[in-house]
Design a protein around this ligand. Structure first.
Ligand SMILES: [Zn+2]
Length: 126
């Protein structure tokens, strides 16, 4: 999802199922920055194909892409370290931890944003 921000892709969306509510993140690239908007819908069973504008926008912010990517890598690392990959899988049974996506994002971030932070140097499969 966030890795799409390094290509020519359009807005990227990801939804979180909070039973019954849906929380939807929309990331939109604006030059070197990324606009993040978070929408909330009362019922995921009906909102999954609903346009963003019909939800309640609860937060939005524009951040440099390097800062956002770094925050995502760090947050993902924290979750992995806390639960381990197996623990994560147990917790969110049908959504195993997106290790490949995390590695892909980290590589793009390291290459394009020249980040030297230790979390951005390691590879998850090591
Ligand atoms: Zn970084």
């Amino acid at each position: 999802m966030v890795a799409g921000l390094y290509g020519a892709a359009g807005p990227q969306r990801v939804s979180f199922d909070l039973e019954p509510a849906e929380v939807r993140w929309r990331l939109r690239r604006q030059g070197a920055d990324v606009e993040i908007a978070i929408y909330r819908f009362p019922d995921m069973s009906t909102s999954w194909d609903t346009p963003d504008a019909e939800g309640t926008r609860c937060w939005n912010s524009t951040q440099p892409r390097a800062v956002l990517s770094h925050a995502v890598v760090e947050a993902a690392e924290t979750v992995l370290r806390l639960h381990g990959e197996a623990g994560y899988r147990k917790k969110w049974i049908e959504h195993s931890f997106p290790v490949a996506a995390l590695d892909g994002l980290r590589q793009l971030h390291r290459r394009n944003d020249e980040c030297r932070h230790e979390n951005c140097q390691v590879s998850t499969d090591s």
